[in-house]
Design a protein around this ligand. Structure first.
Ligand code: SF4
Length: 90
């Protein structure tokens, strides 16, 4: 419940257009091994998906589906960005 409350209270303007306001927030926090299919379907149709994903990446959101990605997928994206940044400066 804490995780959901935290997500819903983020004071960022793009969230007013978020599709997840229209559905049960529980689907964005599936149990370990549970399906994220319903949440991803909502994200796929969300006009602020890119902003949501950037927000989650920048804030290192550890729980739930953000921008259609899981925690694991966001960790991988952050690692890839870090590698690209390091390559660019070396
Ligand atoms: S991309 Fe998904 S989690 Fe993000 S605002 Fe849209 S519906 Fe919500």
């Amino acid at each position: 419940m804490q995780r959901i409350t935290t997500k819903l209270l983020q004071p960022v303007e793009w969230q007013s257009d978020a599709r997840c306001h229209e559905v049960d927030p529980e689907i964005f926090f599936p149990e370990r091994g549970g399906s994220s299919k319903a949440a991803r379907a909502v994200c796929n149709d969300c006009p602020v998906r890119n902003q949501c994903l950037e927000y989650a990446l920048n804030n290192k959101e550890q729980f739930g589906i953000w921008g259609g990605t899981s925690e694991r997928e966001r960790r991988r994206l952050r690692r890839e960005r870090t590698r690209r940044t390091l390559r660019a400066v070396s």
